[in-house]
Every structure is written in structure tokens, then in C-alpha cells.
Design a binder for this molecule. Structure first.
Ligand code: PHE
Length: 347
């Protein structure tokens, strides 16, 4: 307050100031801030009211009147502004402002590739089924015709779980080393015909390098019917691989061994980088190994409670990261698990 300004003049000036502040308010909180500033315990008007006792009767009458007028006037304006704000649609919309960019998330490349794989099997009638990652020895090995003395049963090839087995008769608990155990779990509870694809995580204690990770993803497939042939297997996988890598993709079925299929094969596609001529992508072979497959072994049917004399089936399994690496030209599997946004945002 300037020396020659009376309390009355000052309050008039403050009222004008408060009115200007009120006109700027856009919300109840802003309104409350104005109220506290001009009418609250630490406001000028509160001070004026506190000092009334030290004034002469004439001064007191004048200052008291001004203070009361100030309060009444400002309270009325606050109330009017509150009503006006309530009646208004939230904030005035300025359509000339540039829009705010929406930050949109996306699916992880491994999820995208998994979904692309499953989508190619859907029109062939394969339904999606999942199974447990913490699996019993029986399903991961025995039921899949992997005998007790098979090298992949050695503990260094499997992560065992320390928790007690929920079914000790079916062995210890482990992190499944492939998605094939789900074949047995599904056959146990369902009758043929069956056509399933099984996506999921699998675990192997491999040292990390550009093509190995202790956790990765597979998609398993299983078809069982009273008559299912190796020709059906070839037809389904050929259609799948041409859907994934393009209609001109050449495929090759190379004899192989898996304990749970007989006969077994590995499936190669002609190297997409050199079209079969041989380059660094395919290790000069001209072919890229894509998946394993074969006709379901009779012992697997028996373990699942099927009569191998009455059903036939094929199974296949593939690594999702490997396929994502080939389709996107990614050189190191570890990139999928480091969660570096500079990598992930490219997909
Ligand atoms: N389970 C095999 C693996 O992990 C892949 C496979 C599945 C092969 C089904 C044949 C049939 O390598």
C-alpha cells in the first residue's frame, strides 16, 4: 500500500485485481486459489479486519464497511464464476492448436511373429492350445519316447525346478525344454481328430551367444486322425512356409532323428538371401533349417492313451526367434530380450 492509499482505495484496487484473476480461471482448483489469495486468512482483507481495533472510531467505521463490501462483492463474483465454469464444457477447445502425438505401444517382435505363424495355421483348422512352462519329467521326456539314458535328460541340458513335484510318480518338475510335452497333455484329454498349434516359452541351459538364449519361444503343431500321412505333413508345412516366406519359397525335407517321431525330418527353405547359391546367412549351404517334424511315434500314442494301430498323426516344431531373425534380418537373438527401445521400435 502506498503511503497515501487508504485501506478503502487499496481494497478497491484488490477487487479489480481479483476480478481480472477470476476471469482467467478455468477450473475449480484455480478458482479456489483466487479465493485463498484474496479472502483467505493471510489475505489483505483479513489483515484490515484484524487492525480495526487500533483505529479511531471514524476510521474504523469506514475501513470495516470497505472490508465487508470487498468480501461480499468478491464472494458474489466467485460464485458467479463457479457457476459459469460449471456450465461450460470442460476447457474451451482451441481447434487451431496442433494435435498432441499419441504414443502408441506395439507388440514385441516375437509376439508378432508368433501371431503370424498361428494365423497361417488357422485356415487349415489348427486351434491354439497352451501348456505349462513348469513341466513334469514324464511329459517333457518319458511320454515323448526319450529314454532315461538319453543325453538330453542329463541335468546340464535341463533347468530343474526346486519345488517339490506335484505328481512324484511323473518325475521331477522342470522348465520344459520344448513345447512337445503339450502334444501328450492334449491327447490325454481329447480324442482324435486333433489339429492344434502350441505357442510358448521353452528353456535350455545354453550359454548365451548370437544364436542361443536360455529362454526362447517355439510353436509346436500336432495333427492326429485315423489316416494322416507324411504327404499331409508335407502339404501343410509347404503351405505354411510359402505363406510365411513367400509363394515362391522352395522347401526341402531332410531325413533326421527325433525320439518322438518316426520317420523324422528337418525342413529347410532355400536361403532367401542368396536363393540357394550359398552365402554367409546360410553358411554357404544355400538352405536354411527352419523346423523339425515327423510322424508321431507309436510309443507317444501309447503314452497318451491312444491305440497306435488306429490313429496316425504328424507333429512339427519351430523356433520363433529364428524365424523372426530370418524374416527381419536380425543377426543376434539377444536383441529380442534386451528391451532396447531403439531395437523394438523398428517392428
Ligand atoms: N521338439 C523338437 C525340438 O525342440 C521339435 C520337434 C517337434 C520335432 C515336433 C519333431 C516334431 O527340437
Amino acid at each position: 500500500m502506498s503511503a497515501d492509499e487508504s485501506a478503502t482505495q487499496e481494497l478497491e484496487r484488490l477487487l479489480a485485481e481479483a476480478e481480472a484473476a477470476l476471469a482467467q480461471t478455468r477450473s475449480a482448483q484455480e478458482l479456489e486459489r483466487v479465493r485463498v489469495k484474496y479472502l483467505g486468512r493471510k489475505s489483505r482483507v483479513a489483515e484490515v479486519l484484524k487492525t480495526l481495533g487500533s483505529l479511531t472510531p471514524a476510521e474504523r467505521a469506514e475501513a470495516g464497511k470497505s472490508a465487508n463490501q470487498f468480501k461480499t462483492a468478491l464472494e458474489a463474483r466467485l460464485e458467479a464464476r463457479r457457476k459459469a465454469l460449471e456450465a461450460q464444457p470442460a476447457a474451451a477447445l482451441d481447434v487451431t492448436l496442433p494435435g498432441r502425438a499419441v504414443v502408441q505401444g506395439r507388440l514385441h517382435p516375437v509376439t508378432q511373429t508368433t501371431e503370424a505363424i498361428l494365423a497361417l495355421f488357422a485356415p487349415l483348422g489348427f486351434e491354439v492350445i497352451e501348456g505349462p512352462e513348469a513341466e513334469l519329467e514324464w511329459y517333457n521326456f518319458d511320454a515323448l519316447n526319450i529314454p532315461k539314458d538319453h543325453p538330453s535328460r542329463e541335468s546340464f541340458d535341463t533347468f530343474f525346478v526346486e519345488a517339490p513335484s506335484p505328481q512324484p510318480a511323473k518325475g521331477k518338475l522342470l522348465l520344459r525344454s520344448h513345447t512337445s510335452p503339450v502334444q501328450v497333455r492334449v491327447m490325454e484329454r481329447r480324442r482324435p481328430p486333433l489339429r492344434i498349434v502350441v505357442p510358448g516359452r521353452v528353456y535350455r541351459p545354453d550359454p548365451l551367444d548370437p544364436s542361443h538364449s536360455f529362454m526362447f519361444h517355439q510353436v509346436e503343431g500336432l495333427m492326429v486322425d485315423d489316416r494322416t500321412s507324411f504327404a499331409d505333413l508335407k502339404g501343410v508345412l509347404q503351405q505354411f512356409l510359402q505363406g510365411l516366406f513367400g509363394p515362391k519359397t522352395q522347401t526341402r525335407f531332410r531325413p533326421h532323428f527325433f525320439p518322438f517321431t518316426e520317420p523324422s525330418a528337418e525342413v529347410d527353405i532355400a536361403c532367401s538371401a542368396c536363393e540357394g547359391a550359398g552365402c554367409s546367412t546360410c553358411g554357404r549351404k544355400g538352405w536354411l533349417e527352419i523346423m523339425g517334424c515327423g510322424m508321431v511315434h507309436p510309443n507317444v500314442f501309447k503314452a497318451a492313451g491312444y491305440d497306435p494301430a488306429r490313429v496316425q498323426g504328424f507333429a512339427f516344431g519351430m523356433g520363433v526367434e529364428r524365424i523372426a531373425m530370418l524374416t527381419h534380418g536380425v543377426a543376434d537373438i539377444r536383441l529380442f530380450f534386451e528391451n532396447d527401445l531403439r531395437f523394438l521400435e523398428q517392428f
